[in-house]
Write a protein that binds this ligand. Structure first.
Ligand code: ATP
Length: 224
């Protein structure tokens, strides 16, 4: 029997949305994965501070995947001191799971374009195989991204990286658009799972830039 791969899908998930879930499912289907581990990042080096506290981002992820056997949620990056580096996560997972199981790292093509600048990128590409979720219009940019990777890592490693491209459907949802909609008082129904929307409302998250807190706590009335 083939050893089952460990499949990681990282992100800020601030908040998790249906675009993440649909993309992860599409990749899993295409690659035949039975499990995908979602890894929410600490306040990472690639983004500014998350708009929701770690505990809320984690809780939203747990709610989003409840009852779906494909997904599990890892707290590894949240438990470490920020910033979260993929390199450290891979080492930690390697240590926990032993050397036998290969690791696949699912990344959006947008993230892949930044890969040459990742912390210890040369080691990261050796520790895990990359599976690239390329949604339109990113799939059109894969030529340019490939050239960048060849230049940075050499032909052989770049070829390994590029082997794992999955074209995912275009679901035009992003966490930033959701945060903007919520802070403008607009609905986010169908963009996030219902349970996530309920949680956001009950905790008063994303009401205004930089401010959030329980609605009933009296601190989130702001200018709405
Ligand atoms: P933000 O809008 O704050 O930048 P985001 O919606 O891109 O956030 P992240 O948590 O940063 O969400 O994304 C995690 C991973 O999910 C990334 O690899 C990203 O490319 C991918 N991703 C995010 N939104 C989608 C989507 N609508 N379809 C496919 N992949 C997505």
């Amino acid at each position: 029997m083939m050893t089952e791969r460990i499949v990681l899908f990282g992100g800020t998930f601030d908040p998790v949305h249906n675009g993440h879930l649909i993309a992860a499912r599409a990749v899993a289907e295409e690659r035949g994965y039975r499990r995908v581990t979602l890894v929410p990042s600490g306040r990472g080096p690639h983004k500014g501070p998350a708009a929701a506290p770690d505990t809320d981002r984690l809780e939203m992820l747990n709610l989003a995947v409840k009852g779906d056997d494909l997904f599990e949620v890892s707290q590894t990056e949240l438990q470490r001191a920020a910033p979260s580096y993929t390199f450290d996560t891979l080492l930690e997972i390697r240590e926990a799971c032993g050397d036998d199981r290969p690791i696949d790292l699912v990344v959006g093509a947008d993230m892949l374009a930044d890969l040459p600048d990742w912390y210890r990128a040369d080691d990261v590409v050796k520790l895990a195989r990359f599976v690239i979720a390329a949604r339109p219009p990113w799939h059109e940019k894969m030529g340019a991204i490939s050239a960048l990777l060849v230049e940075r890592f050499g032909k052989r490693l770049a070829a390994d990286l590029i082997v794992g491209i999955c074209t995912t459907p275009l679901i035009d949802i992003s966490s930033s658009a959701i945060r903007e909609r919520l802070s403008a008082g607009l609905p986010v129904r169908y963009m996030v799972p219902d349970a996530v929307e309920e949680y956001i409302r009950s905790r008063g998250l994303y009401l205004r830039d930089g401010s959030s807190g329980p609605v009933c706590g009296g601190g989130a009335d702001g200018d709405r």
